[in-house]
Write a protein that binds this ligand. Structure first.
Ligand code: HEM
Length: 492
């Protein structure tokens, strides 16, 4: 009897062992590295390098691997393998010198929120057409009856008013800044801005904010690694997709309204221009309503979260470094004074303020690994072979915090961008990325950052609330943003 039991168990164990062994072999075969592929640390079967990941500070984890493996290496998170390049030389090689070979976006499970249509996640001919059309249309609206500069200046006045309403008491500026920044892209795409008390729009901003925050959760990151398992578990990824559906129906409602009162001979905004393009599309259907919805969502999302997060870092740094804030205000008082609003031309005469804004962007480092790219064909980088379809992370952190490029990389130091009192550009300043697929909204973002930042510092001094210690740690989401904070905007 015992002998039978023993034989039974050992047979079952043998079977389990065999199945596990076969699974490990299958995993090895599936994820076997091609010849001359970049090196990687030891990986566990199925899990890959998940044990090396620090989910609350992935930059640190990547830096450690960089120190061990060199400037180009591969890492595997579950089923997804990335190649990471570090340092200006290789980041430029990938984004600029051989940029055409890395122009695509991979179709990652969570990136589905941006869909394969539109601007951010589309590829090939479709992407080229949407990008060209959007850039031209944004430029046209910038040159139109009301320039983008005027729209931003108008919004600065609204933002200053709601900050003044707080009467110097501690408040969280997050959604006021979000609303102001979002209004710029809304005024270009929908033709109107939204009041800061508009409940429906506030709800929309909250949905976007929640999506941005949830993207940083461990479960969301695991969803990217093991989508077929994690999709059956409860977690933030479900909320992300639910919010997206709500945002989509908000945009569709606005597009339908535009269609109702559309006048083909006049274009009020981006949506009107796109509807015109659909009407006379002679480009094999690249311009369709599905793409219009996706482009508007992309502009709204990319144009709100990034710039708003940067301004929030800016105010936080000003409260943390009062002597730097005082120097910015002294420059404002000498160049603009109190009598008029800042204009973009002032930037040329304000090297210190310009340097501070650049340093906010460098130190804020809001998109630490850039948006992912994918090789469109087999490509050799630094002697390593990257087959077609390889997912690439260009580590912007490794460039903007490089000890060999920056005098004091870990310190908030506007002197990084000053030489003999004049503003000086730095090649290693890359928050908008580089090359043909770099940020589409860079010019708009730079205008917004300068005008909002100077308008606020012209009218207020920012202080840490009494009995509060400022926290300069980041919160990981789709961007690295400040932890929620309250601040006092004391009128000047
Ligand atoms: C401080 C503000 C901003 C930062 C730091 C930033 C940064 C970036 C980065 C790093 C990328 C990825 C580029 C690449 O793959 O090489 C990107 C893409 C993009 N950004 Fe921005 N961005 C900002 C503001 C804006 C604004 C205001 C808009 C709105 C017009 C915008 C629209 C886009 C779009 C549509 C893409 C996708 C481009 C493509 O795939 O062709 N961004 N941005």
């Amino acid at each position: 009897m015992l002998r039978f039991l023993w034989e039974g168990i050992s047979f079952q164990m043998l079977l389990i062992f065999l199945v596990v062994f076969l699974l490990v072999i299958a995993d090895y075969m599936t994820h076997r590295k091609p010849k001359h592929f970049p090196p990687s640390p030891f990986a566990f079967p199925f899990l890959g390098h998940i044990h090396l990941m620090n989910f609350s500070n992935p930059q640190n984890a990547i830096q450690k691997i960089n120190e061990k493996c060199g400037d180009i290496f591969s890492i595997r998170m579950g089923n997804v393998t990335f190649v990471t390049v570090n340092g200006l030389r290789l980041v430029k090689e990938v984004l600029v010198t051989q940029g055409e070979n890395f122009i695509d976006r991979p179709q990652m499970p969570l990136a589905e929120i941006f869909s394969k249509a539109g601007l951010i996640c589309s590829n090939g001919h479709l992407w080229k057409q949407q990008r060209r059309f959007t850039l031209t249309t944004l430029r046209n609206f910038g040159l139109g009856k009301r320039s983008l500069e005027e729209r931003i200046q108008e919004e600065c006045r609204y933002l200053v008013d709601v900050f003044r309403d707080e009467q110097g008491n501690p408040f969280n500026p997050h959604f006021k800044i979000n609303n102001a920044v979002s209004n710029i892209i809304c005024s270009v795409t929908f033709g109107n801005r939204f009041d800061y008390h508009d409940e429906k729009f506030q709800k929309l901003l909250q949905l976007m904010e929640e999506m941005a925050t949830l993207q940083g959760k461990v479960m969301s990151q695991l969803y990217n690694a093991f989508p077929s398992i994690i999709k059956f578990l409860p977690g933030p990824h479900h909320t992300i997709f639910k919010n997206l559906r709500l945002l989509k129906s908000f945009v569709e409602e606005i597009i339908n309204k535009h269609k109702e009162d559309w006048n083909p001979s006049e274009s009020r905004d981006f949506i009107d221009s796109y509807l015109q393009k659909i009407a006379k599309d002679n480009d094999n259907g690249t311009f369709q309503e599905e793409n219009l919805v996706a482009c508007v969502l992309d502009l709204l999302f990319a144009g709100t979260e990034t710039t708003s997060t940067t301004i929030r870092w800016g105010l936080l740094y000003m409260a943390a470094y009062p002597e730097i804030q005082a120097r910015v205000q002294a420059e404002i008082d000498s160049v603009i004074k109190q009598g008029r609003q800042p204009v973009l031309e002032d930037r040329n005469n304000m090297p210190y303020t310009n340097a501070v804004i650049h340093e906010v962007q460098r130190k804020g480092n809001i998109i630490p690994f850039n948006a992912p790219r994918e090789t469109v064909k087999d490509t050799v980088v630094d002697g390593f072979l990257l087959p077609k379809g390889t997912i690439m992370l260009t580590n912007l952190t490794s460039v903007m915090f490089d000890k060999n490029e920056w005098e004091t990389p870990e310190t908030f130091n506007p002197e990084h961008f000053l030489k003999d009192g004049q503003f000086c550009k730095r090649e290693s300043f890359v928050p908008f990325s580089l090359g043909k697929r770099a940020c589409l909204g860079e010019a708009l973002a730079r205008s917004e950052l300068f005008l909002f930042f100077t308008a606020l510092l012209q009218k207020f001094t920012f202080h840490v609330p009494p009995d509060t210690t400022l926290n300069l740690d980041f919160k990981l989401g789709i961007t690295l943003s400040p932890q929620p904070y309250k601040i006092c905007a004391v009128p000047r």
